[in-house]
Design a protein around this ligand. Structure first.
Ligand SMILES: Cc1cc2nc3c(=O)[nH]c(=O)nc-3n(C[C@H](O)[C@H](O)[C@H](O)COP(=O)(O)O)c2cc1C
Length: 278
């Protein structure tokens, strides 16, 4: 087998995409694995992709597409014919166009998608009151991701060379979106909620009584919307509502109130299964 290095490229504010990408790479066990996390790296120096490098890209779904900031951070990527394994992580609602979008990106940047996955991760807007895919990826999900990696490895071994492996058609992966009627009802409810509550928080808020100014939120914010020393303020114009600050705050001082939490919990509480194509 000629793959001697695996690069995991990820953008992952709440770390679900990263953990899934790493689990896939464990299953692949193709040479040394290097993880390049673009989450807090606004101007990344992207890796040189040379012959024998396998690329795993794992990114979250925002609004049915790949998180726009993830695409921005990968814009200069040159894949030089590299075989790529792609994964979109979504919060148990739907991944819609994101996988096609990522596959098109791979082709435009000179790579080849040899395997694709859509894994479920805890929704960024999940909270104690309104859990949405809470705790996912769990142990079983990560085992599935590793198994997926092992399956790809078998194909690579059988082909004797990853560069000879055929591309997969990502359109063959079914989107487990709900029935049109339910999705319409969900969207109607969202519209109604936004009408009732037009002044929803445009960024997470901090409980000043709980905040210890430890700076964890500053470190984890992908867009530098929070400044050290001024942790109780979030620059809403920079905030992408990824909820990294909410989920990493050791004091649970940060919350993000959105009617989406309640509605996602109501409509998307049946756990979806992970889908893979290899
Ligand atoms: C702004 C935003 C939009 C989202 N849109 C979707 C969506 O369209 N469908 C879905 O199932 N989950 C959606 N999610 C949930 C994330 O895809 C999910 O929580 C994912 O696991 C987050 O990945 P990360 O842990 O790598 O940040 C959205 C989350 C955010 C913050």
């Amino acid at each position: 087998m000629k793959a001697d290095k695996t690069i995991v490229l990820t953008f992952s504010p709440t770390r679900t995409s990263r953990r899934i990408g790493e689990a896939i790479a464990r299953g692949l066990s193709c040479g040394q694995t290097e993880v390049m996390d673009l989450t807090c790296n606004g101007k990344p120096t992207l890796p040189d992709i040379t012959t024998g490098t396998l690329v795993v890209i794992s990114v979250p779904v925002y609004g049915g597409m790949v998180a726009p900031i993830a695409m921005e951070r990968m814009v200069a990527l040159q894949l030089n014919g590299a075989p790529c394994v792609i994964n979109v992580t979504y919060g148990n609602r739907a991944y819609e166009q994101s996988l096609n979008q990522l596959d098109a990106f791979i082709r435009e940047h000179g790579g080849k998608t040899i395997a694709a996955g859509a894994f479920v991760g805890e929704h960024s807007y999940s909270n104690g009151q309104y859990p949405i895919a809470a705790g996912r990826p769990d142990r079983k999900d990560l085992e599935e991701a590793e198994q997926f990696g092992r399956k790809i490895r078998q194909r690579i071994i059988a082909a004797d060379n990853p560069e000879r492996i055929a591309a997969v058609d990502v359109k063959l992966l079914p989107d487990p979106a709900m029935s049109d009627a339910t999705m319409l009802q969900f969207r109607n409810d969202v519209q109604q909620a936004l009408k009732r509550q037009p002044a929803i928080n445009s960024a997470p808020v901090t409980d000043a009584g709980l905040c210890t100014h430890c700076g964890t939120c500053v470190l984890h914010c992908p867009t530098h919307a929070i400044e050290k020393g001024n942790e109780c303020h979030t620059d809403a114009s920079k905030c992408i509502k990824c909820c990294a600050c909410v989920k990493t705050c050791p004091q649970r001082a940060r919350t993000y109130e959105t009617p989406f939490s309640n509605l996602l919990n109501k409509y998307f509480n049946t756990p979806k299964r992970n889908l893979t194509l290899a």
